[in-house]
Design a protein around this ligand. Sequence first.
Ligand code: ADP
Length: 270
Amino acid sequence: MNMTNANIKKEFSVPYYVPVGNEKVIFTAAYNQGLSILLKGPTGCGKTRFVEAMAYELDRPLITVSCHDDLTTADLVGRYLLKDGVTEWVDGPLTRAVREGAICYLDEVVEARKDTTVVLHPLSDYRRQLPLERLGVTLDAAPGFCLVVSYNPGYQSVLKDLKDSTRQRMVAIEFDYPTPEVEQGIVAKESKISSLQAAKLVKLGQAIRRLETGGLREVASTRVLIAAGQLVAEGLSLRDAALAAIAGPLTDDMQVGNGLRKMVEVYLQD
Ligand code: ADP
């Protein structure tokens, strides 16, 4: 079969994503209407992979920013930098996305400094505008631009909740871990282990999730199950892999750690 280069590129770069509900339908509808999107859900449940898949499907460039508590408006929008003795304006990732009509994904947006809402508000409502105060201009977002933010409601302190005025400018899509059957398929494929091995890891993950966080800040995500699977693919036993990739990262607390290690022994005797 004859394929053009573009086809070949498309064929091989398609992000692997298994839909878990109607998230694709909601995203596409919101995107078509120029609405901003809020992805809510625990860490490691597929939000980032989903945005990658949607950017691919909608054929838009994707610009991702991992937000942290030092992230300022200038980091998003841009700043003057000294280059060869002259100051030069350099666009930040948000400005680039606005100019290019890209999908801009702000991962864990509540981590960013509060002042960033000043630029996010006019962008995320009907105005679709980005004020560049330092340049004295306001940019209209190019067609195709879409602001997507993610937020993990479980982890925020009261102080770090997303402001109502921000969330009411967005269409929310709720995420949770996939059903055991779907998750088993994802873990097997992503870590290249057998379905049976993946099923055992998922069973352990499910049991940890049922603990309702007894001392855990976060439960076992799809991401940590995949990491355990990757160790299994390297030849480790399920038990050792789960101790290293699941029990270890989830807690530093001795007692909780002992509890998790016991669960690993019970669920994963080889
Ligand atoms: P989040 O952004 O919610 O923290 P990620 O998108 O990084 O989570 O997901 C973690 C990993 O789990 C991904 O790299 C991917 O391997 C896998 N994953 C989770 N959900 C899915 C899904 N529905 N389809 C395919 N892979 C998934």
